[in-house]
Design a protein around this ligand. Structure first.
Ligand code: TRP
Length: 457
């Protein structure tokens, strides 16, 4: 329901989320992704388990939540895509470059995200056909990433699936599909958790995840946790801003953001609870990093009763998570092209898919036939990951924090965040404004410098 005379009323004909619960679930669908199931357990495993989890929780609450609220509010206030938002709010000023960097980041992240999602899709198929045997998981992973034709085809399947949802529109495509997929994901995760926790010897895994040993904390882990919080909550490039632009005037943004952050963190912890108890129960190492999802997990799950079934379920849930995140990444350029060039949604999706597939080509081939091509000493896959995660996302995050903290007036931000004073959120929103003004820019500048190798703790 939209309020009359509100400055942010949706322009006629602009699509939006239908229900307020739908808006929460779709936003959660963007946050939940490979970050929860691939990155979070890998980084927790490498950085000492529970102590890292604790740091991560602090980063999510102190830095992630305020930036998420800021992005959602900016979008809802302007009712436009990432670039137009800043053009509308500050005409003639260079702030729209934050949006341009966001569109660029979305395309670049998709080049390698679809590649990894393609591996996940292929693992569903492999688990169904019984190709994932305990002894050979390393060789199977090698073979998956080093076969140029099949890895490209899997990547295009991931891109095509995402496009099929995005093309149907915001309410009839994105909201309708994600609302069905998220409960399925949760159910599968609960099943995998019960299986893992009931294994003999599971306790060591739970202790690893939940009993912090503070002596394991390092400065580097703090920066890693901060960077992960950003990636996890899809921040710094206008994804959440674009989703916020589809939310109604009566939606409480602080409540939406808080629910999304809590639920997303719960999903990460539940992924950890499916993985670490099993890893410890079968005597594997939790420190395999990237290999944890594709090598350790198939081996570990194959060792347990009904292992094939659980491996299949686990990769299905990972594919669902990855697809929800890819949908939100694709929506950023699509909304931009659709609204600024006036192209139909269909044409906007087609152009976006072609660009993503072309740029995805070098990323995918860099683990096979193009592995010897490097730029600045990195393969294309690593270069795209580095450029987006270490440069564009932090820059976007700093830009958004500075814009909200120093350009957008505090009373305007609080007004909008408390639904024109209708909700009792003023104090929370005002605190966020102060954090965005002083804390976030400094914290994210430190991540940026660290990511560029110019600063270490
Ligand atoms: N949050 C998603 C994950 O955890 C990834 C993602 C989707 C993302 N949209 C984003 C990351 C925008 C950064 C920016 O996998």
């Amino acid at each position: 329901m939209s309020q009359p005379n509100s400055p942010s009323q949706q322009p006629a004909g602009r699509d939006s989320f239908v229900t307020s619960l739908g808006a929460v679930v779709v936003t959660l669908g963007s946050a939940v992704g490979l970050g929860n199931i691939w990155k979070f357990p890998a980084l927790a495993g490498e950085n000492g388990g529970a102590a890292f989890v604790l740091l991560y929780l602090l980063c999510v609450a102190g830095v992630g939540l305020p930036v998420l609220i800021a992005e959602l509010l900016l979008g809802r206030h302007s009712r436009a895509n990432a670039v137009t938002t800043f053009r509308k709010l500050s005409p003639g000023k260079p702030w729209f470059l934050i949006g341009v960097s966001g569109v660029l980041a979305a395309v670049i992240i998709m080049t390698f995200y679809t590649d990894v999602a393609g591996w996940v899709y292929s693992y569903i198929f492999k688990s169904l056909t019984g190709q994932l045997s305990v002894e050979h998981t390393e060789a199977i992973f090698e073979q998956t990433i080093s076969s140029p034709v099949s890895s490209l085809l899997w990547q295009w399947l991931a891109l095509g699936t995402t496009a099929a949802v995005v093309i149907m529109g915001v309410s009839k495509g994105i909201e309708r599909v994600i609302k069905r997929l998220m409960p399925a994901l949760l159910l599968l995760l609960i099943i995998c958790d019960i299986r893992a926790i009931s294994l003999p010897g599971a306790k060591a895994g739970l202790e690893f995840l939940f009993q912090p040993d503070l002596s394991k904390l390092s400065g580097a882990a703090i920066l890693t946790a901060l960077g992960l919080a950003f990636f996890k909550l899809s921040l710094g490039m206008g994804t959440m801003l674009t989703y916020g632009s589809y939310m109604s005037d009566s939606q409480s943004i602080p409540a939406t953001a808080t629910r999304v952050v809590l639920a997303d963190t719960l999903v990460s912890l539940m992924a950890g609870m499916a993985i670490f108890p099993a890893v410890f129960a079968f005597g594997y190492e939790p420190t395999a990093g990237t290999g944890l999802l594709f090598m350790t997990i198939p081996a570990v799950f194959a060792s347990m009763p009904f292992g094939g079934l659980f491996t299949f379920l686990f990769f299905v849930l990972t594919a669902i998570a990855a697809t929800g995140a890819m949908i939100s990444l694709m929506e950023v350029p699509v909304a931009f092209i659709h609204e600024t060039l006036g192209w139909s949604r269909r044409k906007a999706v087609a152009l976006t898919v072609v660009v993503m597939a072309l740029l995805g080509l070098p990323a995918t081939l860099s683990t096979s036939v193009w592995s010897s091509y490097t730029v600045f000493g990195m393969t294309f896959f690593d270069l795209f990951d580095f450029f987006s995660s270490n440069i564009l996302l932090p820059l976007g995050g700093i830009g958004i924090a500075l814009y909200v903290g120093w350009v957008l007036r505090r009373d305007k931000f609080v007004q909008s965040g408390s639904n024109q004073g209708g909700l009792n959120n003023q104090r929370l929103v005002a605190t966020c404004h102060s954090l965005l003004r002083f804390v976030t820019p400094v914290a994210v500048t430190i991540i940026l410098l660290n990511g560029l190798g110019l600063f270490t703790l």
